[in-house]
Design a protein around this ligand. Structure first.
Ligand SMILES: *Cc1c(COP(=O)(O)O)cnc(C)c1O
Length: 365
């Protein structure tokens, strides 16, 4: 398929869906990433043929040849966004076109074919439509959508594959962190970096996560919740967490986040918060922040709040920072006022409870 003309999805409803009673039990306390809906979307790609065979079908294991390229060289990218049930019973998504555009960028970096944005967005609509009963109703809950694509060609040579499978699965989600919105402790890894200039840091690829897991294990070992990575060149500047961007709030109200320099994932939550913080009257600055500066300003009290942000957890306050030589606390270890206000503002827009001047919310059902 060449870009514009839309493919027709073949709909094959699951012949043995989860019963309403069992579904209600699962939705009562879904956790994160553990419960899945009845269906998935699949679309195939082959060089010379383009995108073909789009389907909505029963969620099921994917048969794979052991020589499938992704299993050896990790040509894989993904996205993550949520569908919400609003107070009036409609169903919305937050900026799905932004995820579609990022999926194209990630594909380019990984030498994979670009899925047209309209097809990406339509695939989400199709899945949410057929699995709408799986969207939880609780205030902090949503249906997490996970589009992904991988090299399915059976070939061990090292070159971009000629065949790919795009897939979307959906997972009802409660609160991301088990303890709710409580400040977390982050670990500054002395050994590991996440992304180097010229590398894949700005692409949402599974390989970045694989490379972050040892650092995350080190964090857990140090009794921390998450890792914060410093830049790979000077090991000085704060970049982001394993799967979340980071923001700093100063006593004069200035909001700072590291600039998108190719080694940081361009978060859609990050982008939305830059705009919401500006609208709320904060001075907003994208500039590098060194770890030394972070520590000095937290200790002097000039730095009042730090938080991490991403689709899954929205905003998570960072209360404590630990590193091999010691630790420091930010804002007394409590969630700060601006952090809480920005979180409430964003969640209200996402849930259709506040005006949406930027036109971010798409009503899909
Ligand atoms: C997905 C992701 C984020 C957050 O992006 P959102 O679009 O806000 O969900 C931040 N950092 C990394 C490494 C990510 O993979």
């Amino acid at each position: 398929m060449s870009g514009g003309d839309m493919l027709d999805f073949e709909i094959r409803p699951n012949s043995a869906p989860v019963s309403a009673v069992e579904r209600a039990a699962l939705l009562a306390n879904p956790g994160f990433g553990q419960v899945f809906t009845d269906h998935m979307v699949t679309i195939r790609y082959a060089d010379g043929k383009g995108w073909y065979d789009p389907r909505v079908e029963a969620r099921a294991p994917i048969p794979m040849d052991p020589a499938s390229a992704v299993l050896h060289y990790a040509q894989e990218i993904f996205e993550g966004l949520k569908a919400y049930r609003t107070a009036d019973g409609s169903v919305t998504m937050f900026r799905p076109e932004a995820n579609a555009a990022r999926f194209v960028e990630s594909a380019r970096r990984m030498a994979m074919p670009e899925l047209p944005a309209e097809l990406f967005v339509e695939s989400l609509h199709r899945l949410v439509e057929i699995d709408r009963e799986w969207i939880p109703e609780a205030a902090d809950a949503s249906l997490y959508l996970r589009p992904f694509m991988f090299a399915s060609e059976v070939f061990l040579g090292v070159r971009p594959a000629k065949e790919y499978l795009y897939c979307v699965i959906a997972s009802p989600a409660g609160a991301y962190f088990a303890g709710g919105v409580k400040p977390v402790t982050v670990w500054v890894s002395p050994d590991y970096t996440r992304a180097a200039p010229g590398g894949t840091g700005a692409a949402k690829c599974g390989g970045n996560y694989a490379a972050s897991l040892s650092a995350q294990a080190e964090a857990i070992e140090a009794d921390c919740d998450q890792v914060v990575f410093l830049d790979a060149v000077e090991r000085r500047y704060v970049e982001e967490l394993g799967g979340m961007n980071v923001f700093f709030v100063y006593d004069d109200g200035t909001v700072v986040t590291p600039p998108l320099n190719g080694t940081i994932l361009p978060g859609i939550t990050r982008d939305a918060l830059l705009s919401l913080a500006t609208a709320a009257g904060h001075q907003v600055v994208e500039r590098p922040i060194s770890f030394a500066e972070w520590q000095a300003d937290a200790e002097s009290g000039r730095l009042r709040e730090v938080f991490a942000c991403g689709t899954a957890a929205v905003i998570t306050p960072i209360g404590r920072v630990r590193f091999p030589g010691g630790e420091f606390v930010i804002g007394g270890g409590e969630a700060g006022r601006s952090t809480t206000a920005l979180r409430e503002r964003l969640v209200a827009i996402q849930r259709g409870e506040a005006p949406d001047p930027q036109g971010w919310v798409r009503r899909i059902l």
